[in-house]
Design a binder for this molecule. Structure first.
Ligand code: SF4
Ligand code: SF4
Length: 263
């Protein structure tokens, strides 16, 4: 569900359709994924008390981010008594490689625990969470995930304070908050690998790793469009659930990462 699109669900009787399937026993739990603000979520949950759960984007970095409204949406869902499925707990992988100051905080308390574990445990510690869509992409990540989720321990008071410190650091971070969902890339007429470019740029913005950023940028664009080839059509910005200013971001990346004579 996004602003502008949710009326189609009424128009095509999707709510009724799913309720009918539920009555037949073909659907066990009815819910929806949501990418807008708390006002619309409240409106939808008032209109559709039959919904069992909502799927929300929640991570510690976006807890107070006004364009994601993680905390506000979480609170609305809980006020309506809904269970929550969490998406983007690691913010598209960004929180598996947070800025150096955040890594230092985490390492001092848990030298052996992954940075992703802090992100996943933060959301799994909230009341009402039924599933965390952890987005693991290889066996090592899955094993890491299982190591702390099999016998799950919620964050303790000290860990909560460390997360708050990390949130304050990230509030001052200039990294590009792309979650690598790839919604933007399919319709790009210049085939620009937008999330990979932003991920490369974040290595410089978050950790000061310019050489790695340039190397990642070169790998990402070797057979695709360059950031500087963006024509500003804004197709990507219209579909970005994070409401990012992608065109401006690509200009920033082109200025920082494109070497003269490259390609
Ligand atoms: S604005 Fe640039 S990046 Fe976005 S779809 Fe158009 S060409 Fe691609
Ligand atoms: S749609 Fe937005 S958040 Fe998703 S990959 Fe593209 S820029 Fe990143």
């Amino acid at each position: 569900m996004m602003e502008g699109g949710y009326t189609k669900y009424d128009k095509f009787h999707i709510w009724d359709f799913v309720s009918e399937q539920k009555a037949k026993g073909l659907v066990k739990h009815m819910g929806f994924s949501f990418h807008a603000g708390p006002k619309l979520l409240d409106q939808l949950l008032r209109a559709h008390p039959e919904v069992d759960f909502v799927q929300l984007q929640i991570n510690y970095a976006d807890w107070e981010n006004p364009s994601v409204a993680a905390r506000a949406n979480y609170e609305v869902a809980r006020e309506h008594g809904k269970s929550i499925v969490v998406m983007e707990p690691v913010k598209g992988g960004n929180l598996a490689n947070p800025p150096a100051a955040v890594k230092k905080l985490f390492d001092e308390y848990h030298p052996d625990m992954s940075y992703a574990s802090w992100a996943i445990r933060f959301v799994a510690s909230l009341d009402g969470i039924i599933t965390v869509l952890s987005g693991m992409s290889d066996t090592a990540q899955m094993e890491d995930n299982l190591s702390y989720m099999k016998k799950f321990q919620p964050l303790n008071g000290e860990e909560q304070k460390i997360i708050q410190q990390a949130q304050r650091i990230l509030g001052n971070s200039s990294t590009i908050p792309c979650t690598a969902c790839h919604y933007c890339t399919e319709g790009c007429p210049k085939h620009i690998p937008i999330p990979e470019i932003f991920s490369a740029m974040n290595k410089q913005l978050g950790n000061g790793q310019m050489a790695e950023a340039v190397s990642d940028y070169q790998k990402a664009t070797i057979s695709c469009g360059l950031a500087s080839e963006c024509i500003g059509c804004k197709q990507c910005e219209r579909v970005c659930p994070q409401h990012l200013k992608i065109v401006d971001g690509l200009k920033q990346c082109a200025a920082a990462l494109e070497k003269q004579g490259y390609r």
